[in-house]
Design a protein around this ligand. Structure first.
Ligand SMILES: *[C@@H]1O[C@H](CO)[C@@H](O)[C@H](O)[C@H]1NC(C)=O
Ligand SMILES: *[C@@H]1O[C@H](CO)[C@@H](O)[C@H](O)[C@H]1NC(C)=O
Ligand SMILES: *[C@@H]1O[C@H](CO)[C@@H](O)[C@H](O)[C@H]1NC(C)=O
Ligand SMILES: *[C@@H]1O[C@H](CO)[C@@H](O)[C@H](O)[C@H]1NC(C)=O
Ligand SMILES: *[C@@H]1O[C@H](CO)[C@@H](O)[C@H](O)[C@H]1NC(C)=O
Ligand SMILES: *[C@@H]1O[C@H](CO)[C@@H](O)[C@H](O)[C@H]1NC(C)=O
Ligand SMILES: *[C@@H]1O[C@H](CO)[C@@H](O)[C@H](O)[C@H]1NC(C)=O
Ligand SMILES: *[C@@H]1O[C@H](CO)[C@@H](O)[C@H](O)[C@H]1NC(C)=O
Ligand SMILES: *[C@@H]1O[C@H](CO)[C@@H](O)[C@H](O)[C@H]1NC(C)=O
Length: 895
């Protein structure tokens, strides 16, 4: 049923401002269908109009039809979902004009655009239908009423009937003489007994009673109070059993006016409708002893179907003694589908108006014609929408067909990214939506949208593949019932067009830089180093630079930042690296980049001239969870003076902390190492060897190296030792000539007091020895002529120029006497061609610095005066180093 439409149809109209028209051509059409007549309203004229139906009586007055009148008088108004409206009337309806077997009815239909029926157009249709012959008894089961008409002269009131219903007579007789109308009284047979109603009372109760020249008629609504529900072989009938009394030529006659109409008997399988109608109903054949089937016919929309039509529509009509069964496929010709929505999902029902005509003969009634009109509505059947994906990745177009829908479904809106837009508005979002019709009348909707619209979600799948996800929800409305439903449409198309971000990096003196060139998959990826999001506050606190200009993301991280890893420590510096991870919004790692640079920082090792070593040990990338405060030197008592999370700094004198010394020809090396032991372990997991190499008179070069765990070893750092050869004013060695006093002027044979000193060193284990000392006339110590002063640590013993060593004691100026040597020579001059060269003289010494603790193992350090040849050929491990020192110029004073 369609309640809202029914309401509209029975509006009480105001018949003011009527515009009468004569039956506009084409707006109404009529048909005679046996004992029914039909007026069809052309949807084109009447769709969406407010309608009032009326019939015109014999006085020309329009009698408006409401629901009660319809059931009482034999009118039916039916509205189907496609907008088709039909009006049906029993051929013997209340206002039918009968003239010699021609039945004429004048139907009036008012149509207006508004419910107030203003400016309504009135359509009139006069329908005349012949109908003959009448069968002795005709029953019609319309959708809204049951009707029986019986030939007046049948049955004869015979003795057996009188016997059958004696009480009817008893009840009716006293009144019979007083009644004036044709039909006088109706006696209903109820299970509880009999109930007599005067004709006027029956009419007030909704019954239709009338007579024609030949027939007597009873019409009852299905819900009539006296209607009984009777079950016959499982099928329920609504039945009214009544005896109708009428006066005819001063005779009171009674006729049995029983009617029964099935109200169920429908069964539905997935694809079939089965309608069962039991035969030979007791209600209708009371008093009969024979039953003879004459005819079973079926039809659709009141049109009978031939056997061939029945077969071609694949209906199956089966008929046995007890019942008639009609099976028809759902969707067969003659019916129609309609979309409905149940629990938010759309589906269909199939509708068909069937009718059955059954004729039989029995020995009481003669021939009975029973016409049953059945509006069939199948149960709701879910129709899951089909989504066909015609996406074409080569033209980068999502193309989806959503269907199939009946023509009563209309797409009204699309929800894209939580925004609902109408179909035309969707175009502005890049969604082209249009309808496509299929040959069978159904339709689908095609949605086309380029891959590149923002609402197509792009996701990175693999190195070369992106997923394009269309996610729209379509909103539909069903006409004319205005039911709504939605269909989510999600398609995912993998396309090999992913461009991963790439990166390049570089370093300057203090920072590592990574520039990520965005690809097309990383819009929502976030840069992390370790587990630190670079966009977090923490990253800002660390002064990490982050700049994204849309195409490039540049990151700057300082060398000593906590997130920089030190991978290796090389002779030329350290290798530091920065690892960047791009994570997606689920925090899954998507891609890693790293930059590794070598730095030559000065601050990692410092070899101070006074023998202090400053070492900064850095945590290496390979060893995590290392507590830098637990770094130790060889002497495990020596701990860092300061630590950071990633480094430990040691400052110690080379005489301490287990530092060892090594001498090579011109180089002295101090060595120590920084180690890390896991608690309880004696094997270090980290060992960084550090060395300071000292050379004399060379510029300081810092070197530092390590290899990775477990035993990083070290190349030395370099330091320089400074030596001086100074001239003192007297034997007290308290007052030396300062730089501006050079050249110092001395008389021939005047004593010169020289002191050679190892400057700055605080290492008491070092002892300085003079190997050779000599004088030259130029600054170049290798120039000729040369005059020896000390040779192989032995004094020049020549009488006149005897070299004299002076003992050194500690005093306020001398902290480590072993770092000094003093000697005295007499001023002399070089002779050339028998003449004294009155030129300035330069003094030079070659110096040996020895490990004072190991004099015995190094002959050079062991003795002060050993002739060179005795030392030759001795291959002993060296505990000394060589150096040279020169004095400023000394000039002889001429008399
Ligand atoms: C009875 O039938 C006659 C003739 O068809 C008609 O004129 C009359 O209006 C009907 N009366 C009722 C109450 O239906
Ligand atoms: C039958 O239904 C109609 C319409 O719904 C109503 O007006 C009428 O009172 C009902 N009759 C009975 C007897 O229930
Ligand atoms: C229906 O079946 C009955 C027997 O049950 C038979 O007499 C009658 O002719 C059949 N009618 C048709 C139309 O098949
Ligand atoms: C989208 O698919 C439909 C159905 O296959 C097709 O008719 C239409 O041409 C396609 N659109 C484009 C732009 O290819
Ligand atoms: C589609 O969009 C809706 C609403 O925006 C969201 O809830 C849902 O998770 C999305 N589905 C997919 C597969 O992306
Ligand atoms: C979109 O259409 C659906 C289905 O017809 C409806 O329920 C919904 O209210 C509509 N939304 C908007 C915002 O119009
Ligand atoms: C849709 O079609 C595209 C292109 O043919 C295909 O790659 C993709 O897998 C399809 N998606 C779905 C959900 O069927
Ligand atoms: C972004 O920065 C890079 C260098 O970092 C530059 O090459 C590029 O042109 C910049 N792009 C824009 C859109 O400014
Ligand atoms: C060595 O020199 C440094 C810096 O000049 C100084 O801090 C340190 O105390 C000195 N070491 C010794 C043992 O004098």
């Amino acid at each position: 049923m369609v309640p809202n439409l029914v309401l509209r149809l029975f509006l009480i109209g105001v018949l003011a401002s009527e515009i009468w028209t004569q039956d506009r051509p084409g707006s109404l059409s009529s048909e005679c269908l046996g004992s029914l007549l039909r007026v069809a309203l052309n949807a084109e004229y009447f769709e969406d109009k407010y309608l009032i139906f009326a019939v015109v009586d014999q006085f020309g007055t329009a009698q408006e039809i409401d629901e009660t009148l319809a059931a009482q008088c034999g009118y039916t108004i039916e509205y189907n979902y496609w907008g088709n409206i039909e009006f049906r009337a029993s051929i013997i309806s209340c206002y039918t004009h009968i003239e010699s077997d021609v039945y004429t009815l004048t139907v009036q239909i008012q149509a207006a655009n508004n419910p107030d029926m203003k400016n309504a157009l009135t359509h009139l249709k006069i329908v005349s239908c012949p109908y003959s012959p009448w069968h002795p008894r005709e029953l019609v089961c319309e959708t809204n009423y049951m009707e029986v008409s019986v030939r007046r002269n049948v049955p004869q009131i015979t003795a057996d009937v009188l016997q059958d219903e004696p009480e009817d007579w008893a009840l009716a007789f006293p009144e019979a003489t007083a009644g004036a109308v044709s039909i006088w009284q109706v006696v209903f047979h109820l299970p509880t007994g009999r109930k007599a109603l005067l004709a006027s009372d029956a009419q007030n109760a909704g019954y239709g009673l009338n007579t024609t020249d030949t027939r007597i008629l009873l019409r009852a609504p299905y819900n009539a109070t006296e209607a009984q529900l009777v079950k016959v072989r499982g099928v329920t009938f609504s039945a009214v059993r009544a005896s109708t009394f009428y006066k005819q030529r001063w005779m009171i006659l009674m006729v049995d006016t029983a009617v029964a109409c099935p109200i169920d008997g429908m069964e539905y399988t997935d694809d079939t409708i089965i309608w069962t109608i039991p035969k030979n109903l007791q209600t209708l054949s009371a008093g009969a002893t024979s039953f003879n089937d004459l005819l079973v016919e079926i039809g659709v929309d009141l049109h009978k179907l031939s056997a061939r039509e029945i077969a071609s529509r694949k209906y199956v009509l089966s008929n046995n003694t007890d019942e008639i069964t009609i099976q028809m496929p759902i969707g067969a010709e003659g019916g129609y589908y309609k979309t409905h929505v149940s629990e938010g999902q759309h589906g269909t029902k199939y509708y068909i108006n069937l009718f059955l005509e059954h004729q039989w003969e029995d020995n009481r009634w003669g021939v009975t014609k029973h016409t049953i009109i059945k509006k069939i509505e199948t149960p709701f059947k879910l129709v899951p929408p089909t989504i066909t994906n015609n996406t074409n990745s080569s033209i980068r177009l999502v193309n989806v067909t959503v269907g199939t829908f009946l023509p009563d479904v209309e797409l009204v809106n699309l929800t894209i990214d939580d925004t609902t837009v109408t179909v035309p508005e969707a175009l502005q979002h890049g969604y082209k939506v249009y309808e496509t019709r299929y040959p069978n009348g159904s339709k689908g909707y095609i949605i086309e949208t380029p891959f590149d619209v923002p609402s197509i979600k792009k996701e990175y799948l693999t190195e070369d593949t992106r997923l394009y996800t269309l996610n729209v929800t379509l909103g539909f409305i069903v006409q004319p019932t205005h039911e709504t439903f939605t269909v989510p449409v999600i398609t995912i198309s993998p396309v090999k067009d992913a461009v991963l971000p790439s990166a390049r990096g570089f370093c300057d003196d203090d920072n590592l830089y990574l520039t990520v060139i965005h690809g097309n998959v990383d819009q929502n990826w976030l840069p992390f180093i370790s587990n630190l999001s670079l966009s977090s506050d923490a990253a800002q606190k660390h002064n990490y630079g982050l700049d994204d200009n849309g195409t490039h993301l540049t990151i700057r991280v300082p060398l000593y930042a906590p997130h920089v890893l030190y991978e290796e420590i090389h002779p030329s510096g350290i290798t530091a690296s920065l690892h960047l991870t791009m994570k997606d919004n689920t925090h899954a790692d998507m891609i890693d980049f790293s930059i590794s640079c070598r730095f030559s920082p000065k601050e990692l090792i410092d070899c101070l001239p006074n023998g202090t070593m400053v070492i900064t040990a850095l945590k290496l990338a390979g060893i995590t969870d290392l507590d830098t405060s637990l770094f130790v030197l060889r002497d495990k008592q020596c701990r860092p003076v300061s630590v950071t999370e990633k480094s430990a700094t040691f400052i110690f004198n080379m005489n301490t902390c287990g530092t060892s010394r090594k001498f090579e020809d011109t180089v002295m090396t101090y060595e120590n190492e920084v180690s890390y032991f896991r608690p309880g372990s004696t094997t270090p997991i980290y060992q960084l060897k550090c060395a300071c190499q000292y050379i004399i008179n060379e510029t300081i070069v810092v070197q530092y190296s390590s290899r990775n765990n477990p035993a990083p070893s070290v190349e030395p750092g370099f330091g320089s030792l400074a030596l001086t050869l100074r001239l003192f004013k007297d034997q007290s060695y308290s007052d030396s000539y300062v730089e501006i006093e050079y050249p110092v002027v001395k008389y021939l044979k005047e004593a010169l007091y020289f002191e050679v000193e190892l400057l700055h060193s605080e290492d008491p284990q070092l002892e300085l020895y003079l190997e050779d000392c000599w004088a030259t006339t130029s600054q170049d110590r290798d120039s000729s002529p040369q005059w020896s002063i000390i040779t192989d640590s032995c004094e020049n013993a020549e009488d006149s120029h005897q070299t004299i060593f002076h003992k050194v004691d500690s005093d306020s100026r001398v902290k480590f006497p072993t770092h000094l040597k003093r000697f005295e020579v007499k001023m002399f001059t070089f002779m050339q061609d028998g003449n004294a060269l009155l030129e300035q003289i330069y003094f030079h010494c070659s110096v040996v610095i020895c490990d004072a603790r190991r004099p015995a193992s190094d002959l050079l350090c062991a003795r002060r005066c050993i002739p060179r040849k005795q030392r030759l050929g001795r291959s002993v491990e060296a505990y000394h180093m060589h150096g040279h020192v020169s004095s400023g110029a000394v000039l002889m004073k001429s008399k």
